[in-house]
Design a protein around this ligand. Structure first.
Ligand SMILES: Nc1ncnc2c1ncn2[C@@H]1O[C@H](COP(=O)(O)OP(=O)(O)OP(=O)(O)O)[C@@H](O)[C@H]1O
Length: 247
């Protein structure tokens, strides 16, 4: 089944199109990485998929439900982790997770069970009595990931999920993402770390000037660029140089 379908998706801010005519299908169980330079339109795309930003044109479907016409059904299986997630500094992690679980309508018992599971798995259980504002950036990132996973989503949108994490924390998060995909979940993530896209993604999309200028496996992208056998960095730079130019 198609987890995520974008059709002719576009967003205009004033006179500028941040995203234009974006068509994309991501099947269930796939990890899709969206690459692009600063300002290319990645976050705007994720925010439209998450239903946080109304498209100027086009639509998004999540597991068959339109984000604009059936927003509740579309958002239910979805988790969105922004690059700078909002955490409530005065709360302890269990309070934060129980609060998020409450927003999704989980019962107190299942929220507590799931929160304990996630905190243990992410290595935060021993820090459960500390307030969130004392957490390091990596710990906050992991807690935000726990918040995103609390309602057992089937599709995750992650904006730069590995930025600012040390090697151990990055490994833990990468393993978590792999497990999620292996169990049938779908991930769309943005990253500036090309190595992450190269090692983890089933397919990669390259966005430049708001348009998806290329998509496919690394082998497909190599074939589209003049960089047969090249690194993803060389392929990416070549495709962006050919395809850039704002719409
Ligand atoms: N709320 C807004 N109002 C006006 N312009 C915006 C708004 N949000 C984004 N833009 C513009 O849309 C374009 C795409 O921005 P976006 O944040 O989607 O890029 P990005 O690929 O996520 O960049 P980065 O890698 O720097 O996070 C940029 O030119 C940005 O200035």
């Amino acid at each position: 089944m198609t987890a995520l379908g974008l059709s002719k998706l576009g967003k205009r801010f004033g006179a500028t199109w941040a995203v234009r005519e974006l068509d994309l299908e991501v099947p269930e169980g796939e990890l899709f990485a969206l690459l692009g330079a600063n300002g290319a339109g990645k976050t705007t795309t994720l925010r439209m998929i998450a239903g946080l930003l109304l498209p100027t044109e086009g639509d998004v479907s999540i597991l068959g439900h339109s984000v604009t016409r059936e927003p509740n059904a579309a958002k239910r299986p979805l988790a969105y982790l922004p690059d700078d997630p909002l955490l409530y500094g005065k709360l302890r992690p269990l309070e934060y997770l129980e609060f998020v679980a409450g927003l999704w309508g989980l019962s107190a018992t299942s929220a507590a069970r799931r929160a304990q599971e996630l905190l243990t798995w992410l290595g935060l259980w021993e820090h459960r009595f500390e307030v969130v504002e004392t957490y390091s950036r990596g710990m906050k990132q992991k807690l935000a990931l726990a918040g995103a996973l609390i309602h057992e989503p089937r599709v995750m949108l992650l904006d730069e999920p590995l930025t600012g994490l040390d090697a151990a924390a990055a490994k833990l998060v990468k393993d978590a993402l792999r497990d999620f995909v292996a169990s049938g979940g779908t991930i769309v993530l943005t990253t500036h770390i090309l190595d992450v896209a190269e090692r983890m993604a089933d397919r990669i999309g390259i966005i430049a000037g708001g348009r998806l200028i290329a998509q496919g496996t690394l082998a497909d992208l190599r074939a589209q660029s003049g960089e047969e056998g090249g690194t993803l960095e060389a392929v990416f730079l070549d495709l962006v140089a050919r395809g850039s130019g704002r719409p």
